[in-house]
Write a protein that binds this ligand. Structure first.
Ligand SMILES: Cc1cc2nc3c(=O)[nH]c(=O)nc-3n(C[C@H](O)[C@H](O)[C@H](O)COP(=O)(O)OP(=O)(O)OC[C@H]3O[C@@H](n4cnc5c(N)ncnc54)[C@H](O)[C@@H]3O)c2cc1C
Ligand SMILES: C[S@@+](CC[C@H](N)C(=O)[O-])C[C@H]1O[C@@H](n2cnc3c(N)ncnc32)[C@H](O)[C@@H]1O
Length: 579
């Protein structure tokens, strides 16, 4: 297999705001939308062609795929139409592939051309992922935008799910044939739901033939503005819409379970959650850092690390559980320092997310410190909570170890962190456990800082984390003085200052990890699980939970098929037979 390429930002967009009434793309010799009126163009070329808003009536979920997000004008115009015509029980998923995303400042300038709702524009700008590669989901009430920052063919071929409508908007075929070639058409067919409809501004012969060849019924229609004709196409078949009957039961109210609950509630599905609530959750720490894991190489999981981080930032803002912004990182060795320097030069993240600080150190200005109790409580506000320990699921019933029925449900989700170790049915999963202790010192550090360990100023003191220890015969939940000492030494080594222990209780809990250090989604059918969140559960859980719930509900996945496959459970390798 070829070595992965370096992970960088997407190539920049060359967009010009000249004299015309639409932004121009000099590299393509084309414009982003019609100079005869971008919003009207969207309505005729895309909405009318795809039968919107009429086809939204009575559907619980509708997916639109777009080729070429550009300035977001089609998207915003569609959201505005949706807001006028949808009910709160309905959800719109707008998935758009874009190889040259605008940066935040360009997006801001481009949106001046759209005369619509200012608050909506600002929400898009606020949550904008910049030119970060990969999948990025932004939730705006009942609308989800999933941006796929990649070349059209790579983006489409990793997508999983079915679209009900397509907006083909990739500059004119003569100027940008890559967006219209037969491989793209084949992907559109693969990703179309029965009866999907498609609209585009071009009637180029190659496009008509390509779509017909891929299986669409193609028709010319009167065009918009200076264009005489436009195209409409329909994919054969008729979709039968049925709202999935899902009564989820979630085992464990840590951040994994709470995130799943949030995702179900967003879809109008009320879950039951079971937890003994005995204070042992790894998610029960006084605060948690949400900071990205950075990779030099462009692997599916490296993209996930960034998109889950950006998604988590928006989620925790929405949940109003952010205590503070900005995390600094101290490199303690030359090797680490040069790795961070390379990450910076290679531009794995935009400059507003990752910068140098004092030449030697680095800073993540957008990273956050959250209140985990608040994050979980707000996610669980509308669930039915049952106090107990689940041990089995059979014929739609959840039992405890004594064989008593705790709850009924159609689907069960095991998100019980370290609790999974006590459940015989999961011994085949390849999981590891690592005890971690947090300690307190006197005085508040100026800024949250990571250095192999971490130091978070909190309530006038500083919280130090965290040790990584194997389990032994003692309880992993009992804090140990030697672990406090280890945290103090790490702090002293990083800051050159001897810390003074504070009179506050240390806390010890257990991380669940996998041999690859990647999270794990296990199960299938009506029994699933999410685990292996390691040291970054608060970063990974919101997006992984969204992916799992999207899968159960038959929606388009908010992450690539490659990432999904990477995180699917592998059974423990069988010991090799002695021969
Ligand atoms: C010291 C330390 C510091 C950390 N710092 C950070 C950080 O700063 N940022 C970050 O992103 N991550 C951090 N992590 C990692 C993060 O805490 C975990 O990845 C995350 O909490 C795991 O969440 P979870 O929901 O999978 O499991 P848990 O939080 O452990 O939740 C599992 C829940 O399941 C319940 N349960 C167990 N068994 C059963 C059962 N049989 N039936 C019903 N319920 C059951 C438990 O009571 C518990 O509430 C840290 C971890 C540790 C240990
Ligand atoms: C006409 S513009 C899209 C306008 C957009 N729909 C809007 O509402 O502003 C075409 C878009 O296709 C993108 N694009 C061009 N070639 C691409 C490719 N090979 N893969 C993905 N996107 C591409 C361009 O960067 C540009 O943003």
């Amino acid at each position: 297999m070829a070595d992965p390429k370096p992970l960088t930002l997407c190539p920049p967009a060359n967009i010009e705001f000249g004299q015309k009434s639409a932004p121009e793309a000099p590299d393509f010799g084309d414009i982003y939308f019609s100079t005869d009126g971008g919003a009207e163009e969207t309505r005729v070329i895309f909405h009318q062609a795809c039968g919107l808003p009429e086809r939204w009536r009575d559907l619980s979920y509708f997916a639109i795929g777009e080729l070429g997000f550009g300035t977001g004008l089609n998207f915003l115009e569609t959201v505005q139409l949706w807001q006028k015509h949808s009910k709160t029980s309905q959800r719109l998923h707008y998935i758009s592939v874009e190889k040259y995303p605008l940066d935040k400042a360009q997006l801001f300038s481009a949106l001046k051309f759209w005369p619509g709702d200012l608050a909506l524009k600002m929400q898009l700008v606020k949550n904008w992922p910049g030119r970060v590669k990969g999948y990025h989901s932004i939730d705006l009430d009942t609308v989800r935008l999933t941006l796929i920052h990649d070349d059209v063919i790579a983006g489409l071929s990793e997508l999983s799910g079915k679209m009900d409508a397509w907006f083909l908007d990739g500059f004119s075929p003569s100027k940008n044939p890559d967006m219209w070639n037969p491989a793209v058409m084949a992907q559109l067919a693969r990703l179309s739901a029965p009866g999907a409809r498609l609209g585009t501004f071009t009637v180029a012969r190659s496009v008509r033939d390509g779509l017909a060849e891929a299986g669409f019924d193609v028709e010319k229609k009167p065009g918009f503005g200076r264009k005489r004709d436009r195209l409409e196409a329909t994919f054969p078949g008729k979709k039968h819409y049925t709202k999935p009957d899902i009564r989820p039961v979630i085992i464990g109210a840590g951040i994994a379970g709470a995130s799943l609950a949030h995702s179900f509630i967003q879809r109008g599905i009320k879950p039951i959650i079971i937890d003994p609530n005995d204070g042992t959750a790894a998610s029960g720490n006084p605060s948690a850092i949400v900071k990205p894991r950075l990779d030099l190489q462009d692997r599916p999981e490296s993209r996930f690390f960034l998109s889950s981080y950006l998604y988590a930032l928006n989620r925790y803002q929405d949940l109003r559980c952010v205590i503070e912004n900005t995390v600094a990182h101290k490199c303690l060795t030359e090797k680490e320092q040069s790795r961070y320097q390379r990450l910076l030069e290679q531009q794995v993240l935009p400059v507003d997310h990752f910068q140098t600080h004092n030449q030697r150190d680095f800073v993540f200005p957008e990273a956050v410190i959250i209140d985990p109790a608040m994050a979980r409580a707000r996610s669980l506000e509308r669930v039915d909570f049952i106090k107990g320990s689940a041990s089995n699921f059979k014929n739609g019933q959840i039992f405890n170890a004594d064989g008593q029925v705790l709850a009924d449900g159609s689907h069960i989700f095991w998100t019980c962190g370290f609790g999974i170790r006590a459940l015989d049915k999961f011994t085949g999963l390849n999981l590891r456990y690592s005890r971690g202790q947090l300690s307190w010192i006197k005085g508040a550090l100026q800024m949250t800082t990571t250095y192999g360990g971490y130091a978070i100023p909190l309530g006038g003191h500083t919280l130090l984390g965290a040790t990584h220890k194997r389990l032994d015969e003692h309880s992993p939940f009992d804090p140990r003085p030697e672990d406090d000492l280890e945290n103090f030494e790490k702090f002293e080594n990083a800051f050159g200052v001897r810390p003074i222990p504070a009179d506050l209780p240390a806390r010890s809990s257990v991380r669940v990890t996998t041999p690859s250090t990647l999270p794990m989604i296990f199960g299938g059918g009506n029994e699933w699980g999410l685990t292996g969140l390691g040291s970054r559960g608060f970063v990974f859980a919101p997006l992984l939970a969204e992916a799992l719930v999207a899968k159960i509900c038959g929606e388009v996945l908010p992450l690539s098929e490659k990432v999904w496959t990477r995180f699917r459970a592998r059974e423990k390798a069988q010991p090799e037979s002695a021969s």
